[in-house]
Design a binder for this molecule. Structure first.
Ligand SMILES: Cc1ncc(COP(=O)(O)O)c(C=O)c1O
Ligand SMILES: [Zn+2]
Length: 404
């Protein structure tokens, strides 16, 4: 594992040390302060072949999954539940499409990658109490990894999260508060109480390591395609951490010379029409987003009315030649049923926003059927049985009625 050289601010480019736990940039004169990104000394890896480095790590490590990329992750003893190295499934119908099945992660979503690394580093630094505002799945993942690490987890999520998110967080022994509001209200509460309670805030992009865990999705999709870029990557965007993490991975892969020369993929940010601050800013040509009022969608992970990293996400989408687009909940539900019935995959609503967006961009000609695309199903549909049933108006026959 490489030593961290420094943390760099995304806005003012100040360099901070990673010797002690850091939150956001302390040098930014404008607010909100920039997020911090990890930079390593990779000099010993330049000129190496990824097959050798990653292949050797995968063959010799006691930990499976994303830790095959330990040579590009911080030097700390992992808190792992087997996250990462998820299936890359070729579609049965679309010749150019692969579905990246992040529902196979511990706790059923890609949030496992970010929280595995954030909790690993929290334990490394000796932090004892972690707090997170969440749309639901990050709370479940924090609760699981904190339990594995013997650290306290304090989770805040909206009252109407899918039932699985509440049940899992309670079962893992986290302190759970359900808030009558959105993730932005949860974030405010964490910010107000963290000092007094002695919590370390691991909100999206307010500490450097969740991005670092999620960057493994970028390494992984490139490795699974033979160390080559696809033409496009579709990502369901709430806070945008996965998209930012993958872009960081592409930068590092190029620095290391680990990816075959080629154009970086178009990054496609997908939201729901019920909460689409990034799409609106993209359409208006703005650098940042504005708070989305009355956010409502059954793709609960996308209910982020004002992402902290909006400027970074918009910059990446634009510079990659990608696009940001929003789909209605009706289109998302139709895509859930389409993929369940024709591919045997029960997608999360967030994942189905991406498959619906793919159909749309094929129909507009933005993409060709032969373009190689990776579609992220960021969570297992099984975490959403209550919300999917409600969207389908599906009522289960009562048990006693079916036995007579
Ligand atoms: C299943 C799922 N997909 C996508 C997202 C959005 O993730 P990000 O904040 O990285 O954009 C979330 C966030 O909660 C989620 O739970
Ligand atoms: Zn700064």
């Amino acid at each position: 594992m490489p030593p961290i050289a420094y943390l760099e601010c995304s806005r003012c480019h100040a360099r901070l040390s990673a010797e002690t736990p850091q939150t956001v940039c302390t040098s930014c004169s404008d607010q909100p302060a920039g997020s911090l990104f990890v930079h390593y000394d990779f000099s010993h890896l330049k000129g190496t072949r990824p097959e050798d480095i990653v292949g050797k790590a995968a063959a010799t490590l006691p930990w499976t999954g994303m830790w095959r990329y330990r040579d590009v992750l911080p030097d700390a003893e992992p808190v792992t539940l087997g996250e990462g190295w998820t299936p890359m499934l070729p579609s049965r119908r679309y010749p150019g499409a692969w579905l990246k099945e992040e529902g196979a992660n511990p706790t059923g979503t890609f949030k496992a990658r970010g929280l595995a690394l954030a909790v690993t580093m929290a334990r490394h630094y000796g932090l004892r109490k972690l707090a997170v505002p969440s749309a639901g799945n990050a709370a479940g993942a924090l609760a699981a990894y904190a339990a594995a690490a013997g650290i306290e987890a304090h989770t805040f999520m909206p009252l109407d999260v899918p039932s699985a998110n509440y049940v899992e967080a309670v079962a893992y022994g986290a302190h759970v508060e359900l808030i009558d509001g959105l993730i932005s209200d949860c974030a405010r509460i964490v910010a107000e109480r963290r000092q007094q309670e002695g919590w370390f805030d691991i909100s999206t992009l307010k500490e450097p390591f969740r991005v670092e865990g999620k960057k493994t999705m970028g390494y992984e999709l490139v490795e699974q395609l033979g160390w080559e870029y696809p033409d496009a990557v579709f990502y369901p965007t709430g806070g945008g951490v996965g998209l930012i993490g993958m872009w960081k991975a592409f930068e590092e892969l190029e620095l290391l010379g680990w990816v075959k020369p080629g154009k970086r993929p178009k990054m496609i940010a997908v939201q729901s029409t019920g909460c689409a601050p990034v799409v609106r800013a993209y359409d208006e040509g703005s650098r940042t987003s504005k708070m989305w009022q009355n956010a409502a969608t059954f793709a609960s992970g996308l209910r982020v009315p004002k992402p902290y990293g909006d400027a970074i996400v918009l910059d990446i989408v634009r510079s990659s030649g990608g696009v940001a687009l929003a789909l209605s909940d009706e289109d998302i539900l139709a895509s859930i049923l389409d993929w369940a019935r024709n591919e045997g995959l029960l997608l999360s609503p967030e994942g189905a926003s991406v498959t619906a967006a793919y159909d749309k961009l094929l129909s507009t000609g933005f993409l060709k059927p032969t373009d190689r695309v990776v579609l992220f199903n960021t969570g297992a549909g099984l975490k959403y049985t209550d919300v999917i049933a409600a969207a389908m108006n599906l009522r289960r026959p009562r048990a006693e009625a079916s036995t007579v």
